[in-house]
Design a protein around this ligand. Structure first.
Ligand SMILES: [Zn+2]
Length: 316
């Protein structure tokens, strides 16, 4: 290992990191493409044996994805082929999302007090308030005052999992950054408001209750089931609960997985509101104490600056 590290150190750092990233990417891609690679080998090839050369379509794909020419792809494959094909106890730990989570639970769970490597953070390292003194002075100070909370994330692929959520407070302006929104004081007043991030896409995770979060893709499926298959929110809960066992959590975890029909409705409403605002180039802003469940029941009252920012939906 030390010989390899010395060789890498002696190379220029930029070229070295680029080559390393190409090797890593090619290895991980080929681990995922094993069955596709085997398809193009004749029947007398033992699938357990490392293919000596890559099929042409794999070389073209890897060349484009890893930004290498054909000769470099072949040279890299020659170096990593046995590792990619046969695996080893290190690579097997990260080859899939499930493997990575298992490895983390085994070796890092107690350290981080988490059963999954997934934890929820605000989408920014820095304050994004243009009026903040840190921003005005270009200090680029990392958001430092952090608070952790225990929570449950309802996922579509592995069921409910315990996660740590983090909120950051900017010491320059007092804005509190949460995973899918921030809370700020309205300029010129003492009132606070919750502002959902104005990003190109809806966040991947939505907070539907104080300590409960749902993957947006799952909310989208629930909403589609309600609209097209008339699945009620309570039956949505029954279906989800029947698909997944009780999640493992540290013994003293304070939040338990307990999906409620209100969370389904809250996800439905929040996702629809966020999509509506995105399509109208506006930002969803509400009073910080407003429950998601009542947002759409307040006709026109949660608008803050102009009528175009408001939406009223039927309470489905
Ligand atoms: Zn700030």
């Amino acid at each position: 290992m030390s010989v390899l590290l010395d060789m890498l150190r002696n190379a220029s750092s930029e070229a070295c990191s680029y080559a390393l990233s190409q090797l890593i990417a090619l290895t991980l891609f080929t681990v995922q493409l094993k069955n596709n690679i085997l398809l193009l080998y004749p029947s007398d090839h033992n699938p357990l044996n490392t293919p000596p050369i890559l099929p042409n379509e794999a070389k073209v794909f890897l060349g484009r994805a890893c930004r290498m020419n054909n000769n470099d792809v072949e040279a890299c494959w020659d170096v990593v082929k046995d590792l990619a094909w046969q695996g080893n106890e290190i690579l097997d730990c990260i080859a899939t999302d499930q493997a990575m989570n298992s490895t983390f639970a085994k070796h890092g769970g107690k350290l981080y007090r988490m059963s999954s490597i997934c934890s929820l953070f605000p989408p920014t390292f820095f304050c994004i308030n243009s009026g903040c003194k840190y921003v005005l002075n270009n200090t680029f100070r990392k958001l430092q005052t952090a608070v952790e909370h225990e929570a449950i994330l309802y996922t579509s692929s592995v069921g409910p999992i315990p996660v740590q959520t983090h909120q950051f407070t900017c010491n320059g302006c007092g804005i509190v950054y949460h995973p899918d929104y921030f809370v700020q004081t309205i300029p010129g007043t003492n009132d606070r408001r919750r502002v959902y991030y104005n990003e190109d896409v809806v966040p991947q995770v939505l907070q539907v209750s104080t300590h409960h979060f749902v993957e947006t893709s799952l909310v989208r499926m629930w909403r589609s089931n309600m609209l097209h298959a008339w699945v009620s929110a309570s039956n949505t809960v029954k279906v989800y609960d029947s698909c997944w066992p009780e999640p493992w959590a540290p013994p003293d975890w304070t939040v338990s997985a307990n999906l409620r029909y209100e969370y389904v409705y809250n996800g439905f409403k929040l996702l629809s509101l966020l999509e509506w605002h995105k399509s109208h180039l506006s930002i969803l802003m509400v009073h910080p104490d407003t429950e998601i469940s009542v947002i759409v029941r307040i006709p026109m009252q949660y608008q803050w600056q102009n009528k175009n920012q408001a939406i009223v939906l039927d309470d489905q």
